[in-house]
Design a protein around this ligand. Structure first.
Ligand SMILES: Nc1ncnc2c1ncn2[C@@H]1O[C@H](COP(=O)(O)OP(=O)(O)OP(=O)(O)O)[C@@H](O)[C@H]1O
Ligand SMILES: [Mg+2]
Length: 385
């Protein structure tokens, strides 16, 4: 798919902007702080309902404005659609498809697809486990938009269960007789049910992503691998944890994963009531990224970490393409961070994409193979050059 037109109103630094786009490569070039990332961030938001830079919507709305609107015309094969999102920080966002009446924001998922490479990706390798969980879950949602509902159900159930645990913890501390724990049983079942669904999708994704990531790493940094993705499940049994979490012999079916989660919740309940928080479940799991025999986090060099992050993004691209969904490739400021060899390799790998959006501070940072349309971004204006 590709975006044929992007309109922004009160998004970030833009009061109003209209940007017609072509398939193929488009580069946005301009000095620091001129609004290049703001443009591609908007495209990314349509694909994931979130920004790759911030977790709240507030900074996305132009200072002084009340709401922001992102609108895009999208072409997939013969089909054209118009998607629109209105961001209302502190209130519900609104969405429309083809100017029709309101739909839920999550209904627009799957219309715009992106794989976004950005300097922030280094956190995929070096950052907290939450970064890697988000990577997995965003890709899961891109593969199967209905998973957005499962993710938000999980978050909701987790929050309610934590509230319950907190009040149980309070009751204990204040010497009460403790509360009726039968409600907790019900929440355990909810959590295990939704958690099993999420877990099954993550395990399936990792299995598919593993060979693609290894291939991409080899292309970017020949001879530097192999890389391995290992899922460390907080709910896997003692033997499972010792052999590296969910290994080959770990449970895979929903029923088995449900049983695994229920057993883990039962096993940690006492501790959970003491601490007032849910200690096992997909929200506590870790995706271990290994380079050779060592974990990348804490061991890999800066350059290796970068190659790893890029390999994960390239693998997500290959995966979606293989499943018949060609996403827009967005490369925000990544070439300036790479040495000449990896720059050329990455450029060659992404160049054939149906649509590639690149941002760079100077023309020289855009590799020659990515010659295409150029826009100059300056002072809130975006002009084709
Ligand atoms: N909500 C907002 N309201 C007004 N201006 C904003 C808002 N959010 C960001 N900006 C402005 O947008 C500019 C940053 O834009 P952006 O990140 O797109 O820059 P860039 O061109 O990508 O720069 P760089 O080359 O440094 O990455 C900053 O000057 C910032 O002050
Ligand atoms: Mg930028």
């Amino acid at each position: 798919m590709h975006v044929t037109h992007l309109s922004l109103a009160d998004f970030r630094s833009y009061a109003r902007i209209e940007v017609p786009l072509d398939p193929g490569v488009t580069a946005f070039v301009g000095a620091n702080g001129q609004g290049k990332t703001n443009l591609v961030e908007a495209v990314g938001y349509l694909a994931s309902l979130g920004s790759h830079r911030v977790s709240s919507d507030t900074p996305l709305v132009r200072m002084g404005a009340e709401r922001a609107v992102i609108r895009a015309a999208v072409t997939q094969g013969e089909r054209s659609q118009l998607v629109e999102l209105e961001l209302n920080p502190g209130r519900a966002n609104r969405a429309r498809i083809n100017r029709s009446s309101q739909v839920r924001p999550r209904d627009v998922l799957g219309i715009v697809r992106t794989v976004l490479f950005a300097p922030e990706d280094l956190a995929l390798v070096k950052g907290d486990p939450g970064e890697r969980r988000r990577f997995l879950d965003e890709l899961i949602t891109a593969r199967s938009p209905r998973m957005a509902g499962v993710r938000s159900d999980y978050d909701r159930v987790l929050k309610q269960r934590n509230t319950l645990l907190k009040s149980a913890a309070m009751a204990r501390r204040h010497g009460g007789r403790g509360m009726d724990l039968s409600t907790l049983d019900v929440w355990d079942q909810h959590l295990a049910q939704v958690g099993a669904e999420l877990l099954a999708q993550r395990l399936d994704l990792i299995e598919t992503l593993q060979p693609l990531t290894d291939k991409a790493y080899e292309q970017l940094a020949p001879g530097g691998g192999p890389v391995a993705l290992e899922y460390r499940s907080s709910s896997a049994g003692a033997e499972g944890a010792a052999s590296g979490g969910a290994g080959a012999e770990a449970p895979r079916s929903r029923e088995e994963l449900y049983a695994q989660l229920m057993a883990a919740l039962a096993g940690t309940r006492k501790q959970e009531i003491e601490r007032g928080v849910t200690l096992v479940g997909p929200h506590r799991d870790e995706l271990l990224l290994k380079l050779g025999q060592l974990p990348a986090k804490g061991y890999a060099s800066h350059g290796e970490s970068w190659s790893y992050a890029l390999a994960l993004r390239l693998a997500s691209y290959d995966l979606q393409r293989a499943e018949g969904n060609e996403p827009v490739l967005v490369l925000d400021d990544v070439f300036a961070e790479l040495d000449a060899r990896r720059r050329e390799r990455l450029a060659e790998l992404v160049a054939p994409g149906e649509q590639v959006l690149v941002t760079a501070a100077v023309d020289d940072d855009v590799p020659d193979v990515l010659a295409g349309v150029r826009f100059t971004v300056a002072d809130g204006t975006v002009e084709r050059t």
